[in-house]
Design a binder for this molecule. Structure first.
Ligand SMILES: [Zn+2]
Length: 145
């Protein structure tokens, strides 16, 4: 097979995989979004501090996390240079389940992997098919996958 042909197959495969992945994640995300509406709302840094402490305890997590409340939409978790973690929560989706979700990313080591920066493709697939479903399963069903 000539290399161009292989490349075409791979490109086509990736296209279908990304369409499938996109549909799949959209389904997960909307299920997640609907359930979030029934979860406790977070409207201040105090709310967020309290809920983070409660959810950290429920999870049995030993990693140190600093929660940061934002007025605008924020939804992320990351590792800081000092080895501790930060979660950013804010805006319309600021709910208890969202905190649970971001904490689970930290707990499972999803924020530790340097590959995330180095390899865009592997990283995106890994995120789509493993990390995000794991976090959502914990958020919604409290399943520790
Ligand atoms: Zn996530």
């Amino acid at each position: 097979m000539d290399p161009n042909e292989v490349f075409e197959y791979v490109t086509e495969g990736m296209k279908w995989l990304s369409i499938g992945g996109g549909t799949y994640i959209a389904t997960l995300a909307s299920l997640n979004g609907i359930l979030r509406l029934f979860s406790e709302k977070i409207s201040s840094q105090d709310d967020l501090d309290r809920i983070t402490a409660e959810e950290t305890e429920k999870l049995g997590m030993t990693r140190q996390v600093t929660p940061k409340f934002h007025e605008n939409h924020e939804e992320s978790a990351r590792k800081l240079d000092d080895g501790t973690y930060e979660i950013n929560i804010g805006g319309f989706g600021a709910r208890r389940t969202q905190v649970r979700h971001e904490l689970y990313h930290v707990h499972r080591g999803h924020c530790d992997d340097r590959r995330r920066i180095e390899n865009g493709l592997i990283n995106n697939l890994d995120y789509l098919f493993r990390r995000e479903p794991q976090a959502i399963a914990y958020e919604v069903l409290k399943l520790k996958l």
